[in-house]
Design a protein around this ligand. Structure first.
Ligand SMILES: Cc1ncc(COP(=O)(O)O)c(C=O)c1O
Length: 386
């Protein structure tokens, strides 16, 4: 089966009720036929039995299995949020005295883990500039264990050549982790380009309608096994209810991502030469600085675009206040188009220099393009720009 079909047809075994839609296993624990079976479930880790929903649950397993098939991964594990997935990656593979390399352009909370929490536990980090990939290899030390990137990055839409990064990681025996939240497996499969682990905030395009939080990590079996034990013991497991929602949503991920990307490209082209803007950035616009890499790695440009208002910080506030129906919220990857102004909101606590370092200029607007008619979105943006 092709991944598009797997995303629709993969499901838990049909029960005796002969239901067509996949059932929701809303249960905390599971029962045994005998005291011996119960004892075996606890003593033999290789047994494929459900014990407790912090460890495994059929609805969660269905969601994981679909993501594995879509990403081309051997195994996976799901978490309560995207940040739980990011944190579990660091906590599982890094110990005191280790070193991690990361792109500086990463999601704000990932930046907080790297810069505030990991150093507290004796784990050092080095940042590199996504636009200077030639500087990465010089950062490798004997204690470097993990390399982390988002591509495209949030919110700067920076893109990195994953094959090139994977070659460095392989040479130095470093675990290569890619946050694939912006592209989704419908658009890009980092494992094909050499990633060891791929993670997602499933809260975003995977849900696609702004309802639930979730995370997922897929990749090499032996790495996932270690993460499974960390999550099973420390508790940031995905709830069965959220997994059921997310698994149903994956059925439409491919068609949704096609439409998000069609709309985003159309809007990016329509805005590209607007006099109120310095620039428009979208992975599939030839003006994107890494357009060649984007078209190599991605099947479309995804659903996020950014632009810079000439009117700066105050212009950003005015633009948001000028919107009539487009949503003003910090989430992304929704059927409804969302505008956000990182400099006055999500990244307002960073210093000007820190914002500059990750490409957040005062007038930067991030648009998560929804599934509405593109002409309606364009008209709404143009009236706010005016
Ligand atoms: C690229 C990226 N990674 C991780 C996260 C964290 O995900 P969550 O909010 O589900 O914890 C986000 C959230 O916006 C994100 O955009």
């Amino acid at each position: 089966m092709r991944p598009e079909t797997s995303a629709i047809r993969t499901r838990t075994e049909r029960t005796g009720e002969k239901e067509h839609s996949t059932p929701l296993f809303l249960t905390s624990s599971f029962v045994y036929d005998s005291a011996e079976d119960m004892a075996a479930a606890f003593s033999d880790d290789s047994l494929d039995v459900n014990i407790y929903s912090r460890f495994s649950n059929p609805s969660v397993d269905e969601f994981i299995k679909k993501v594995c098939l879509m990403e081309g991964a051997e195994d996976g594990i799901a978490t309560a949020t995207g940040m739980a997935a990011v944190n579990a990656c660091f906590m599982t593979f890094l110990s005191a005295g280790d070193h991690v390399i990361s792109a500086s352009a990463v999601f704000g909370s990932t930046h907080a883990i790297l810069t505030k929490y990991l150093p507290k536990w004796g784990i050092e980090y080095s940042y590199f500039d996504m636009n200077k990939p030639e500087t990465i290899e010089a950062l490798v030390k004997p204690n470097t264990k993990l390399l982390y990137v988002e591509t495209p990055s949030n919110p700067g839409l920076d893109i990195i050549d994953m094959e090139m990064v994977a070659a460095i990681c392989k040479k130095h025996n470093i675990i290569f982790v890619v946050d694939n939240c912006f592209a989704t497996p419908a658009v890009q499969q980092p494992i094909r380009f050499g990633a060891d682990l791929v993670l997602h905030s499933a809260t975003k395009f995977m849900d696609g309608q702004g309802r639930v939080l979730g995370g997922v990590v897929v990749g090499k079996k032996e790495l996932v096994k270690e993460m499974y034990l960390y999550i099973r013991n420390t508790g940031p497991s995905l709830s069965a209810f959220n997994a059921w929602i997310l698994s149903k949503s994956l059925e439409t991920l491919y068609v949704r991502m096609d439409k998000h990307a069609q709309n985003a490209l159309h809007i990016a082209k329509a805005l590209e030469h607007h006099p109120a803007l310095n620039w428009v950035k979208y992975p599939f616009l030839p003006s994107h600085p890494r357009y060649d890499i984007a078209v190599k790695q991605m099947s479309n440009g995804g659903g996020i675009l950014t632009f810079e208002l000439k009117a700066g910080l105050e212009g950003g506030r005015k633009f948001l206040n000028g919107l009539k129906w487009l949503s003003m919220t910090n989430n992304l990857g929704d059927s409804r188009t969302i505008a956000s102004h990182p400099a006055s909101t999500t990244h307002s606590k960073l210093s000007e220099a820190e914002r500059q370092a990750v490409g957040i200029t005062p007038g930067l607007i991030r648009l998560s393009v929804g599934l509405e008619h593109p002409e309606d979105i364009i008209e709404e943006i143009l009236q706010a720009l005016n």
